[in-house]
Ligand binder design. Structure first.
Ligand SMILES: Cc1cc2nc3c(=O)[nH]c(=O)nc-3n(C[C@H](O)[C@H](O)[C@H](O)COP(=O)(O)OP(=O)(O)OC[C@H]3O[C@@H](n4cnc5c(N)ncnc54)[C@H](O)[C@@H]3O)c2cc1C
Ligand SMILES: *[C@@H]1O[C@H](CO)[C@@H](O)[C@H](O)[C@H]1NC(C)=O
Ligand SMILES: *[C@@H]1O[C@H](CO)[C@@H](O)[C@H](O)[C@H]1NC(C)=O
Ligand SMILES: *[C@@H]1O[C@H](CO)[C@@H](O)[C@H](O)[C@H]1NC(C)=O
Length: 501
């Protein structure tokens, strides 16, 4: 009698006790499957080193209950199937990680949840017969470039070696090859996707074309992408590098950039970025420009206006290759980072005012910030050449076509610092830049609603910026491909279409 009572009591208590540690239940469920050998737990060296490999310290500071590292598409499907089958008061929460280079906390890592880490789904295979390359989303761009370059071909890829293929592509993707070949997402021929019900589907122009379109900009709202096929094209080297100037040249830089941006159609091999920069370790106000040309041609005419600006203090431009250029922009993983974004007209008035606002924000940081910190503000062309082929290739949801062929300027503060106690100071500096410049752009009618998702801070709303028609498309696709809203409710990281009005 007594024995029976105890058993009943234990039975009654067990589910309750388990329910208090939901994420443990999720890891336990994964451990009970063939994924057992794919799990990493807090305290293990491999677990800690995966956390350390996030680009941003705020993402590194989140501790998932476990990390699962599927080795192939089937194992991703089993992961989803297992996590969605756990029935309890709260369902399993998870994060999806490719390169882990989003700088806000929670984008691709999670506290008390499961992080699905695609590190091992990173094969890069060139298919010469079809002029395409198959890439696992966990690959870094360096893996893609070093595979393709020796074969005399390349694809549109990110400009930094360590950034992940998965996240960058699903947010749009800007490449040195974009003036000629378009945004990176528009160079995708096919996605392989694991849906919320663990089915594996193909999304292309001909198969599930609605899913194909929304993945290009819609990021992690619809499924886990497990393979991407990209177009490739002929390539025989690059020219480019970084040139540093005194800050006093800023007006000439802006004038050169405006002209350069307006002439992208005539110079489809050439890219330029203008970046006012301050590094506490250097203590000087400087302008850092990136010039890159998709042929091994020295000082091509597209850059004439920039090359006429005298007084540079350093110049690394040379005939080079994509992997060397990407290695030069490798991101370090030892700082807290703010990214934010804004789009405005290719207009000297906005750039000039943006620079005044930058000087004001910078003065405040110089007065208050401690330790090692740096600020770069990137001005990049966003010309119609980037989306001219988009519709013909199955379209995306970025909504750029609706700007009637207007050449835009893409603005991004990139700020890095040490110490969580300074998070508020630096986050506010980034927000001030974006908000004050937007207010000025609005005041002269030079504003634009587009926000580039891959640069957006989590206080921003890039999906709304794609326009009402694209929001509708994404909502319809989310409802069709994920009726139980797994990617809305169980994957809290990223920009959620269900939160868009
Ligand atoms: C040093 C540096 C250089 C950069 N250079 C460029 C550049 O040249 N051009 C450019 O356009 N951008 C650039 N970026 C921005 C970059 O595109 C974003 O940071 C991007 O999110 C990074 O992708 P990731 O896979 O590394 O990130 P992650 O943080 O792993 O992923 C980003 C988001 O995508 C989701 N996601 C990732 N993989 C998948 C998948 N397989 N299926 C579904 N959802 C997924 C994640 O859940 C997360 O919300 C750069 C960033 C850094 C830090
Ligand atoms: C829940 O489980 C995780 C992972 O096993 C563990 O680290 C954590 O301490 C547990 N939390 C509670 C409240 O028991
Ligand atoms: C790129 O150029 C460097 C020399 O600068 C060379 O060592 C390297 O092998 C080249 N990479 C590829 C993939 O061709
Ligand atoms: C930088 O300055 C040097 C020295 O004056 C000059 O030779 C070089 O061409 C300049 N580079 C650029 C990109 O303007």
């Amino acid at each position: 009698m007594f024995g029976l009572k105890v058993t009943l009591l234990a039975a009654a208590l067990t589910p309750l006790a388990v329910a208090q540690n939901e994420t443990d239940l999720c890891c336990t469920a994964l451990a009970g499957s063939s994924l057992k050998a794919r799990l990493l737990y807090p305290g293990q060296t491999a677990f800690e080193s995966r956390l350390d490999s996030y680009f941003d310290v705020k993402q590194q500071s989140l501790t998932p209950s476990c990390i699962v590292q599927p080795k192939n598409t089937k194992e991703v499907a089993l992961t989803i199937k297992t996590l969605t089958a756990v029935s309890s008061a709260k369902s399993c929460k998870f994060a999806i990680r490719s390169g882990g280079h989003t700088p806000y906390a929670g984008a691709s890592n999670i506290e008390d949840g499961v992080t699905i880490d695609l590190q091992y789904i990173s094969a890069v295979q060139y298919d010469s017969k079809n002029s395409l390359v198959k890439v696992g989303p966990g690959a870094r761009w360096n893996d893609v470039f070093t595979t393709l370059e020796p074969l005399g071909v390349i694809t549109t890829g990110g400009r930094s070696s360590t950034v992940g293929v998965g996240g960058l592509t699903l947010g749009g993707g800007i490449s040195y090859f974009s003036p000629e070949h378009g945004l990176i997402c528009d160079n995708v021929l096919e996605f392989e996707v694991v849906l919320a019900d663990s089915r594996v589907v193909t999304a292309s122009k001909t198969q599930n074309p609605d899913l194909f379109t929304v993945l290009k900009g819609g990021n992690n709202n619809f499924g886990i992408v497990t393979q991407i096929k990209f177009r490739t094209f002929k390539y025989d080297g690059m020219w480019g590098g970084l040139v540093v100037y005194p800050e006093t040249t800023i007006q000439d830089q802006f004038k050169a950039l405006i002209k350069f941006s307006n002439n992208v159609d005539k110079n489809v091999k050439s890219s330029a970025i203008v970046m006012p920069v301050y590094q506490s370790s250097v203590g000087a106000d400087l302008i850092l420009n990136a010039y890159d040309h998709a042929e091994p041609v020295v000082r091509p005419a597209a850059f004439d206006e920039f090359l006429a600006i005298p007084g540079n203090v350093s110049d690394s431009t040379a005939v080079t290759n994509m992997s060397d250029l990407a290695a030069a922009l490798e991101g370090s993983t030892t700082s807290s980072v703010y990214f934010g974004t804004l789009t405005f007209a290719n207009d000297l008035r906005v750039m000039t005012e943006a620079h005044e606002i930058y000087k004001d924000v910078l003065a405040n940081l110089k007065a208050r910030a401690t330790g090692d910190w740096q600020i770069y503000v990137l001005y990049q062309p966003l010309p119609p050449a980037y989306w001219k082929d988009s519709a013909a290739r199955g379209g995306n949801v970025l909504g750029l076509e609706r700007f009637n062929g207007q050449t835009l300027c893409l603005y991004q503060p990139y700020i890095s610092w040490q110490g969580a106690e300074q998070d508020a100071l630096f986050q506010q500096a980034g927000a001030d830049l974006v908000n004050r410049i937007r207010a000025y752009a609005v005041s002269i009618g030079a504003d634009n609603p587009y926000l580039y998702l891959d640069y957006a801070d989590n206080t921003q709303d890039p999906l709304t910026g794609y326009g009402a028609e694209n929001v509708k498309k994404m909502k319809a696709a989310a409802k069709k491909y994920d009726p139980k809203q797994i990617f809305q409710k169980n994957v809290p990281g990223g920009f959620k279409i269900s939160k868009v009005a």
